[in-house]
Write a protein that binds this ligand. Structure first.
Ligand code: FE2
Length: 196
């Protein structure tokens, strides 16, 4: 009997990494899950949530851009604040994506798809001043908040309570205080009284 060489030995421990790539659920389709929601309700929520997802990923990444590219007298506090908001938005990204999967849909994941689908204006690669950075973030927040309010109402009407709750309890309740914290930096209040 011929002796097996190490290279020709096939064992269970050998990882079979040379696979033919295969998709098991096309984007845009829904799989059935026993969650007591009809297909139209799930389809509508998945579409809404995917748009909110790509815009949330864009806002999340804009927070990191501005965290890195911050400047000026309030550099340190804004550098820290924007990173805190980044982390909170990253948590929302995961919650939205997993809600889409729990509804039987497919969540957008990759940057190229996000770039194609986002409704948030693309900032330059270069560095912008502080008011511009904050104004861009505030505009993106309001864009997403508008989608959340409309999506929550539609989910309420369709009977998708879980999506309504996510949009209200997690998203709206995170975005609103973030807007407050950013917007206060754009009030031109005096730091020191100069008239005494
Ligand atoms: Fe950092």
């Amino acid at each position: 009997m011929a002796k097996k060489t190490a290279a020709s030995t096939s064992t269970e421990a050998q990882p079979q990494y040379k696979v033919e790539y295969r998709e098991i659920q096309p984007y845009g389709t829904l799989k059935d899950l026993p969650i007591a929601l009809d297909n139209n309700a799930r389809k509508q929520s998945v579409e809404t949530l995917n748009q909110v997802l790509v815009d949330t990923m864009t806002l999340r990444d804009m927070y990191k851009k501005h965290h890195w590219q911050m400047s000026g007298a309030t550099f340190y506090q804004l550098h820290l604040l924007l990173d805190k908001h980044y982390e909170e938005q990253a948590n929302l990204v995961d919650m939205i994506a997993e809600r889409i999967m729990a509804l039987g849909g497919i969540s957008i994941a990759m940057a190229a798809d996000v770039a194609e689908m986002t409704t948030i204006a693309r900032p330059p690669r270069g560095r912008e001043d502080v008011p511009t950075q904050l104004a861009r973030l505030l505009e993106a927040h309001e864009n997403i908040l508008r989608q959340c309010h409309e999506g929550a109402e539609a989910a309420d009407e369709s009977g998708d309570d879980g999506t309504n709750d996510l949009l209200v309890s997690n998203l709206i309740r995170t975005h609103e205080p973030q807007v407050w914290f950013l917007a206060e930096h754009l009030a031109a209040t005096e730091l020191v009284r100069a008239d005494r």
